[in-house]
Design a protein around this ligand. Structure first.
Ligand code: SF4
Ligand code: SF4
Length: 121
C-alpha cells in the first residue's frame, strides 16, 4: 500500500528521509543498476537485493517487496532506512530531498513520474 502523503518541504540534508521513505515505495523494475552500481554493491549484496531482467537488454534491478523497494528496512514501525544506504545505486542518489521528485513522492505516498529514471515495462 502507498503511504499517506506528507506535507511540507523536507530537510535538504536528508534529516527527514528515514521517517518518510515515500520515494522508496515504487513498482518493480524501477531502480536499475549501472556497472558502477554492480561494483559498489559486490556479489553478496547483488545476490540478496537484485534481480536480472530476462528480457533484452538484460537490465539488473533492485528487487521489490510488494509495493516498496526490497532494500527498504521496515523492521521498525514508522521508520524507513535503506539497508544498503552507503552502497545504494545511482538511481537513488539522484533523488535529492526537496527536489521535484521528492516533493511529488511525499504528496503521492510513493514514487511518481518527476524523476529522470522510469520503470521499464
Ligand atoms: S521522498 Fe524526499 S524526504 Fe522522503 S525519503 Fe525520499 S528524498 Fe527523503
Ligand atoms: S535502494 Fe535504498 S534508497 Fe534506493 S529505493 Fe531502495 S531503499 Fe530506497
Amino acid at each position: 500500500m502507498p503511504l499517506t502523503p506528507i506535507a511540507g518541504t523536507p530537510d535538504p540534508d536528508g534529516g527527514d528521509c528515514v521517517a518518510c521513505g515515500r520515494c522508496c515505495h515504487h513498482e518493480p523494475n524501477t531502480v536499475h543498476l549501472l556497472e558502477s552500481d554492480d561494483d559498489r554493491l559486490g556479489p553478496d549484496l547483488l545476490a540478496e537485493y537484485t534481480v536480472l531482467d530476462k528480457r533484452p537488454p538484460g537490465w539488473r534491478f533492485i528487487k521489490n517487496a510488494g509495493e516498496r523497494c526490497g532494500a527498504l528496512d521496515v523492521s521498525a514501525p514508522g521508520l524507513y532506512p535503506c539497508a544498503i544506504y552507503e552502497r545504494r545505486p545511482e538511481d537513488c542518489r539522484i533523488v535529492e530531498p526537496g527536489s521535484p521528485c521528492c516533493l511529488e513522492a511525499r504528496q503521492l505516498g510513493h514514487l511518481g513520474t518527476s524523476v529522470e529514471f522510469r520503470r521499464i515495462v
